[in-house]
Design a binder for this molecule. Structure first.
Ligand SMILES: Cc1cc2nc3c(=O)[nH]c(=O)nc-3n(C[C@H](O)[C@H](O)[C@H](O)COP(=O)(O)OP(=O)(O)OC[C@H]3O[C@@H](n4cnc5c(N)ncnc54)[C@H](O)[C@@H]3O)c2cc1C
Length: 469
């Protein structure tokens, strides 16, 4: 079948690319190996966030007694939770991704079509038998979890295996303390697994502000999780009677740890294996991600790429922005680029953590800075809700007052930094943020206090504002 544009992969990047291409008048075909919605809707943030919400509900149920509400201890029925996860994923696919709208624009959708691969630079064939040709192609195949070349690695699980469990495992080893690893560890810790989190580097969440890594690790330990940073080098995994053993060594000393299940979260790579990119002349970089220019055009000029497959910031909002840019350029010619992006990042662990902009260390490398920290035990809303663990760190340029970064650990951290992302995008200075009368008592309100503290350091004689908290 001949079409103007083929989009490969129906995750957030592919869905937006197909919608944008069709909106701009292109005859568009969207082909995907699995279900519509991609990893995001079916295997990543949507289902994992649903598990995280269940963990939050259990935590809140345990807090009821503090507010005089008497109920029994919460008990998790894992199969019922998985049924809820499936329903949520289905609802997101149906309502949030607006599949009907795509179809109303004339996009032809081939779902569960098998893995697509290039037969020649303009022709794609899927393992399900479909053959398509197009003038332009947009690759939105996303990523997949990375393996390690150690004996027995096949005995480890990934976050996706959570969907196949019939009950919560009594013990779990999580290898990798990045965003996915800490999320899995935090959720199953809340569900009652005895979790051990092993991180090869010196701190978990290595791309977060150092204070955030330290606070999350401390909170994890306090909740009963074992956290081992700088544990050494993995030598092998082997089967035990009740699960898996990881053998590792450090400074010549061998050691081992066992659990019923070992989850490896040691990185994310591009899902390009089946695509046969060489046939189309599409180059990949040393890490295996598809190389693109600022128009998201690959080394083959009629082929574009968007989302995780390009290996930049691997998040849903970036994937959707990519999809729009790639489709616009594919249909109209290279007229638009991504430009500067403010990219808030966070995770729904217990405690939540989030960041936007520069970490303190990065900010100090380039700027003279002021740092303002507000602890969660100093604001009304967190005290009201009994959620006093955490802090908000605001980083600003001492000369201009410009907001450079914000890091939050604690309840609603992810929501709080969204406000700062808008402030940064709008070019606000800390004294301007300090004068926005945000509602009382709210979690976001902590930002006004932090901004005020930062502004005081920049202008020590600034007339004192009246603050409600
Ligand atoms: C556990 C976890 C939690 C996450 N949490 C968050 C979060 O909280 N917030 C956030 O913003 N991001 C989160 N992410 C990242 C987010 O899911 C990705 O950035 C996003 O899904 C990328 O979108 P995409 O469209 O590029 O690819 P995907 O969503 O991966 O979709 C790609 C689709 O293409 C299909 N495909 C691949 N190759 C082929 C082929 N050759 N032929 C046909 N089809 C193919 C795949 O089957 C898949 O369906 C999380 C990821 C994980 C793993």
């Amino acid at each position: 079948m001949k079409t103007d544009i083929i989009v490969v992969g129906a995750g957030p990047a592919g869905v937006v690319a197909a919608r944008s291409a069709a909106d701009l008048g292109a005859r568009t075909t969207l082909i995907t190996r699995d279900e519509f919605g991609g990893m995001a809707a079916n295997d990543g943030p949507v289902p994992v966030r649903t598990l995280a919400h269940a963990a939050r509900l259990m935590r809140e149920a345990r807090q009821l007694g503090e507010y005089g509400i008497v109920v029994g201890q919460p008990v998790l029925e894992y199969p019922r939770l998985l049924a809820r996860v499936a329903k949520v994923a289905n609802d997101v696919r149906t309502h949030s991704l607006r599949r009907e709208y795509l179809e109303s624009l004339g996009v032809t959708i081939y779902e569960r079509a098998g893995t697509a691969h290039f037969v020649d630079p303009h022709t794609i064939e899927a393992t399900g038998g479909l053959r398509l040709q197009a003038d332009k192609i947009i690759l939105c195949g996303g990523g997949t979890s990375r393996g390690l070349p150690v004996p027995g690695f096949e005995l480890t699980a990934t976050h996706s295996d959570a969907w196949g469990l019939t009950s919560v495992p009594p013990s779990m080893l999580v290898v990798g303390g990045g965003a996915t690893g800490v999320q899995v560890a935090s959720i199953f810790n809340a569900f009652g697994s005895q979790v051990q989190l092993f991180q090869a580097g010196q701190r978990i969440l290595p791309t977060e502000d150092e204070d955030v890594s330290a606070a999350v690790a401390a909170a994890f330990r306090e909740s009963g999780m074992v956290v081992r940073e700088g544990f050494g080098r993995i030598e092998s995994f082997e089967k035990t009677r009740s699960g898996v053993r990881m053998n590792f060594s450090k400074d010549g000393k061998r050691d081992g740890v066992e659990a019923e299940i070992a989850v490896a979260a040691v990185g994310w790579i591009a899902d390009t294996e089946g695509l046969n990119l060489a046939t189309a002349g599409v180059e990949v970089n040393a890490r295996g991600f598809v190389c693109v220019d600022s128009y998201l055009r690959t080394s083959a000029r009629h082929i574009f790429a968007a989302g995780d497959i390009t290996g930049r910031l691997m998040l849903v909002p970036q994937a959707t922005q990519d999809g729009l840019v790639a489709a616009t350029n594919a249909v109209l010619g290279t007229i638009t680029t991504l430009g500067e992006q403010v990219s808030p990042i966070g995770s729904f662990t217990e405690p939540e953590y989030a960041q936007v902009g520069l970490t303190e260390v990065k900010a100090r490398e380039k700027h003279e800075v002021v740092i303002a920290v507000m602890r969660f035990d100093e604001t009304a809303r967190t005290i009201i809700d009994g959620r006093t663990n955490g802090f908000c760190k605001l980083i600003a340029n001492r000369k201009s007052g410009a907001i450079l970064g914000c890091h939050v650990v604690g309840e609603r951290a992810v929501e709080i930094v969204q406000v700062v992302a808008i402030a940064i995008a709008a070019g606000m200075q800390v004294d301007q943020l300090a004068r926005v009368p945000l509602s009382f008592p709210t979690y976001a309100g902590i930002l006004v206090r932090a901004a005020y503290r930062a502004a005081e350091q920049i202008h020590p004689n600034v007339s004192r504002q009246a603050h409600r908290e």
